[in-house]
Design a protein around this ligand. Structure first.
Ligand code: AMP
Ligand code: GLY
Length: 430
């Protein structure tokens, strides 16, 4: 498949990741028109928001046909796991429209932890020891748990909005939670199966890769900051900040990641005939210099994309073209050597319940940073909060110190009642 010289793009999603995609796409010399469904107040600066849900496939299909869309870019996992790529492939009017994302079968790499673990074992990708439990083998699951050392890792097999992983110190409590997940349906049908894993200790990082199903391009490593408070305290969030590149992911480490993880994964995708034209997010852990996979995601990360794409110097449309034409090996993808650092501004109360509709001011007063929108909307022309993570402020600079100085020097100009953010993004990497 090919895309024309001038492209009409439909981007699906409404978060900070999609705002970062929208910004990069808007800079393409090959862009004709960008639509974002449904988008947010930030994406509206780079294209036209259209009020369509990313999982309303028939409506998306109609929109694609009536607006002469030449390329669909899928941001979040939900439409991918629900099969949007297959929906396009099976429709006579849509099958010629290139779409960035894996098929439903390939999206199970994120949609089913059990499938992902089996895939890793089949393809010799280093990962934690595991055992999958369902209603039929709970007793075996309990026995497996008792062979492990604390802490115990329990993962709901299916998507659980980032909440499906429990890390528990006490064996008895882990057994009770295993029952709660499977019998008590703690995460609904997502926890009908549970993957029990050996606990891996080390520093986590993410590596982002584009693939056409045959070739791959390593985009960049990035580090995410998951806890709400400084010094990794407090509850987990979707991510409160990110840095790319990651200093400890040096050449030796990245060579190991490429040879032991990325290559076997992409070869496995090809060997198993999984139709995959999109992004792979490798959630990794550095176990004493040896990388292991914690999880695959079949999309880019949020807020890692904000940092990764801030470093992209080449035209993103060329990357998309390489992916859909299966000629990714021929594409020159150029990243800045500089460091991108992103700090998320979140609503009061997040990651618990939070108010919406608070007025945001100062958005036009910042300098030398990109202010991506995550949970914002326009209310009668005024930008207001509409999500837990509201904005992501990104700077690109020579090193972590300068990027921190740029971001933290600008954040105070942006104001909304109850704003909270971490002050220590990047400090651990110096
Ligand atoms: P996941 O949804 O699989 O990314 O898991 C969420 C978080 O749980 C990860 O980012 C890790 O911090 C942690 N985690 C998951 N699996 C393991 C493991 N096997 N060992 C240690 N930590 C883990
Ligand atoms: N920041 C983690 C994720 O996007 O899943």
């Amino acid at each position: 498949m090919r895309i024309p010289d001038k492209v009409n793009v439909l981007l699906l999603g409404n978060g900070g990741r999609e705002c970062a995609f929208a910004y990069a796409i808007s800079k393409s010399t090959r862009l004709n028109k960008l639509f974002i469904a449904p988008g947010n107040a930030g994406t509206a600066k780079y294209g036209e928001n259209v009020n369509i849900s990313p999982v309303d496939f028939p409506f998306i299909g109609q929109f694609v046909c009536s607006n002469n869309i030449n390329l669909v870019v899928v941001g979040p996992e939900d439409p991918l796991v629900k099969g949007i790529v297959d929906f396009f492939a099976e429709d006579d009017n849509l099958k010629c429209v290139p779409i960035i994302g894996p098929s439903k079968a390939a999206a199970a790499l994120e949609g089913s932890k059990d499938f992902a673990k089996e895939f890793m074992i089949r393809n010799n990708v280093p990962t934690a020891k595991y055992f999958t439990v369902s209603e039929n083998n709970i007793e075996e699951g309990k026995r497996f748990l008792s062979t492990l050392n604390a802490p115990f890792v329990l993962k709901a097999d299916g998507l659980a909005a980032g909440k499906g992983v429990l890390i528990i110190n006490d064996l008895q409590e882990a057994i009770t939670e295993l029952e709660n997940m499977i019998i008590g349906k703690k995460f609904g049908t997502s926890s009908a199966k549970v993957v029990i894993e050996e606990f891996l200790s080390g520093i986590e990082l993410s590596v982002f890769v584009a693939t056409d199903g045959l070739h791959y391009k390593i985009l960049a490593p990035a580090k995410d900051y998951k806890r709400i408070n400084d010094a990794d305290q407090g509850p987990n969030t979707g991510g409160m900040g990110s840095v790319s590149p990651v200093p400890f992911a040096d050449k030796v480490f990245m060579d190991k990641v490429e040879n032991t993880i990325i290559k076997p994964t992409v070869e496995g995708i090809a060997k198993e005939n999984l139709d995959y034209k999109g992004f792979i997010f490798f959630g990794l852990i550095n176990c004493a210099g040896e990388p292991k996979v914690i999880e695959y995601n079949v999309r880019m990360g949020d807020p890692e994309t904000q940092s990764v794409l801030a470093r992209l110097d080449s035209d993103i449309m060329d990357l998309f073209e390489g992916i859909v034409s299966k000629k990714l090996d021929k594409v020159n993808v150029v990243f800045s050597e500089n460091t991108a650092l992103t700090v998320v501004l979140a609503s009061e109360g997040y990651p618990g319940s939070y108010p919406k509709g608070r007025v945001i001011t100062g958005l036009d007063e910042t300098e030398n940073v990109i202010v991506y929108h995550s949970g914002t909307k326009l209310d009668k022309g005024v930008v207001v909060t509409s999500g837990g993570r509201v904005l992501a402020v990104t700077a690109l600079a020579n090193d972590i110190d300068s990027a921190r100085a740029e971001v933290y020097g600008q954040i105070d100009k942006i104001k909304f009642e109850g704003v909270q953010f971490r002050h220590d993004i990047g400090l651990d990497l110096k």
